[in-house]
Design a protein around this ligand. Sequence first.
Ligand SMILES: Nc1nc2c(ncn2[C@@H]2O[C@H](COP(=O)(O)OP(=O)(O)OP(=O)(O)O)[C@@H](O)[C@H]2O)c(=O)[nH]1
Ligand SMILES: [Mg+2]
Length: 345
Amino acid sequence: MNELVQEILQGNRRALARLLTHIENKREGTDETLAALFPHTGHAWVIGVTGAPGTGKSSLVNMLAKAYRSQNKTVGIIAVDPTSPFSGGAILGDRIRMRDLAGDSGVFIRSMAARGSLGGLARATRDAVRALDASGFDIVLVETVGAGQSEVDIVRTAHTTIVVEAPGMGDEVQAIKAGILEIADILIVNKADRPGADNTARSLKTMLEMGHPASRRHLIGPYGRPLEGIAPTSNGSDGNMWIPPVIRTTATEVDGQRNGINELIQVVEKHRQHLADAHLWDVLEQQRIEIELFDRLQGELMNRLMQVVSLEQLSDIVARIQARKLEPQQAVYEILVQQLEKHNT
Ligand SMILES: Nc1nc2c(ncn2[C@@H]2O[C@H](COP(=O)(O)OP(=O)(O)OP(=O)(O)O)[C@@H](O)[C@H]2O)c(=O)[nH]1
Ligand SMILES: [Mg+2]
């Protein structure tokens, strides 16, 4: 077993930091390290925290981490940075917001940036979660900005997904706009100290009641393939169906009773117990694996294709499409067929 693997399994933080850098840089040999760690994973409870920019995700993650620490649980935090032009400041801000966790050896914080595509970021994040899991953290918190499919996919592989909303960002519920309401196991209205929090909570509840539970992610696999196993019974009632609770929090308030964090921790625990139902767990685990597998396949196929298709070829194709001499879908077939032919000869 390679030394890095051993160190990580022993919980060595510097080794862990090194591996995360290797993951980000796609350093050669990293796949082997991750593969060696895989059998040692599956112990951490992975909590995804997502929502529109500025809703208070980092502040909440900070409070959650502190609460778990007071229960003597170790906490790993990954803040996913989609390398947007706006994120530089956000990460700096995160460092400040999470400063009170610094120096606690039971907490490990890391922000992940993507080199290249967003798909690469999803993969890097998953690999990072695996590394943290293998190194023995009880809780892994993953913060992503809920902005698009890629971010949604990242949190879809968490065990518990928290979607954060805040009042005063216009009348619309941001999570709806971003299409992330469906993935919530728990909905948070943060900044409950601000006016409008009750309204936001009410609209969220209404929307949850309007949406048929079957529209929730638990029934839909990657690429729209329906998943079996958790369908509600014909009379519509199903003890297996988790209805996402709406919780009000104030992440800037330190009093655990008043800021809603204690309640949040309890609800996460309830969700965990709900999933402990063996049948449900198996189905969701299968779904998580499917999503991960499809993601990795897609990314890898694209990578391989891009390794053999030259930029000249591509720009030639773009020019032909632009001149209306080639249609985009035909171009796709052309690229694929050429590559397959090359492969077969
Ligand atoms: N009044 C109030 N302000 C809050 C609360 N939670 C967070 N904030 C403030 O809202 C701002 C954004 O908080 P962050 O925790 O950085 O939000 P975020 O969702 O992580 O932001 P991004 O990562 O940039 O998307 C900061 O100035 C926080 O101090 C809250 O409960 N009440
Ligand atoms: Mg943040």
